[in-house]
Design a protein around this ligand. Structure first.
Ligand code: F6P
Length: 320
């Protein structure tokens, strides 16, 4: 029986190094690797190919995923899951590694219980919002994209004596915004996980501007949904001309950092070892306190991810 890899949901940097490691490591272990293209949609449509070393040559440094990804509505319907199983069975594939988020893991968990398939999930999302793991693939690269953009926006803000509101992705999670605000030295950070007080912040900023401050950097998580209000607050209450920069999908791209390449390699090795070593498994590889471990899908989806309190504490001066 054979083993396959796929990506599902939002792509992220680190997926390509993961795919490369998957193919190379399967061959090392005497297994025939397969590539599932286009995520769950490709699984339904039978877009599956036997992998060769050539397929994954020269992809280590590339962002995105060469096997592509998708968000699938059809996979919620049993009829299409049955079609996906037929496609796998025809090729003798009974084990899958999926790089994706908890929604994808839930879908695959259901699939593997309905049909006779093993799978291991690798947490992969720039949002870093999966319960049970301290790190998701792609986060370090996204943080570096944000860090570079923020440094550049600060250059122009300081040249013009302006404020800037930089909106980061992250869905409902403020992790990207908070870590970026701490590491870029922002004055203001707005995230859904922490209460903010614009009155106190405004008083402090007005005082600093009076004493020579030339710019204000405000990093806001998309989940806060406050970007236009923050621009208005800086202009009207704080008294500094302000521009908004919504970073958007550039945060999902870029060449994977060294850390994401290494994490992809380690996550994938653990995933493949588990699939080779156990007759039937469905689990997620997690990373905690510098170690890798496995958790059940039920555990991963049992709670909401929370940013660690020490990080929230470090942001206090930027919230209020
Ligand atoms: O989950 C990753 C993510 O990039 C979120 O940060 C963002 O809210 C969402 O996906 C954007 O989704 P789409 O690529 O479908 O616009």
């Amino acid at each position: 029986m054979a083993i396959a890899v796929m990506c599902s949901g939002g792509d992220c940097a680190g997926m390509n190094p993961g795919v490369k490691k998957f193919v190379d490591y399967c061959f090392d272990k005497g297994e025939q690797p397969y590539l599932i293209f286009d995520g769950l949609e490709g699984l339904i449509d039978g877009n599956i190919k036997k992998a060769t070393h050539e397929d994954v040559a020269g992809i280590m440094h590339e962002g995105g995923t060469m096997i592509r990804s998708s968000r699938s509505k059809r996979f919620y319907e049993r009829e299409f899951r049955a079609k996906a199983y037929e496609n796998l069975s025809a090729l003798g594939i009974d084990r899958i590694v999926v790089m994706g988020g908890d929604g994808s893991f839930r879908a695959l968990d259901r699939f593997s219980k309905e049909f006779d398939t093993s799978f291991v999930g690798i947490p992969s999302t720039i949002d870093n919002d999966i319960f049970g793991t301290e790190y998701c693939l792609g986060v370090d690269t996204a943080l570096n994209v944000i860090r570079r953009a923020t440094d550049e926006v600060r250059d122009t803000s300081a040249s013009f004596k302006r404020g800037c509101v930089i909106e980061t992705m992250g869905r409902d999670c403020g992790y990207l915004a908070l870590v970026s605000a701490i590491t870029c030295g922002a004055e203001v950070c707005i995230i859904p996980e922490a209460e903010h007080d614009l009155q106190t912040l405004g008083e402090r900023l007005r005082h600093e501007i009076k004493n020579g401050r030339r710019y204000v950097v405000c990093i806001a998580a998309e989940g806060s949904k406050l970007t236009p209000e923050l621009v208005e607050w800086l202009e009207k209450e704080v008294g500094i001309e302000t521009r908004a920069t919504i970073l958007g999908h550039i945060q999902r791209g870029g060449n994977p950092t060294v850390f994401d390449r290494l994490m992809a390699t380690e996550f994938m090795t653990f995933a493949v070892d588990r699939l080779i070593g156990e007759e039937k498994t469905n689990a997620v590889v997690v990373y905690r306190q510098s170690n890798f471990a496995f958790e059940s899908i039920d555990y991963i989806t049992s709670s909401k991810y929370e940013i660690k309190p020490q990080l929230i504490a470090m942001g206090q001066k930027m919230f209020r």
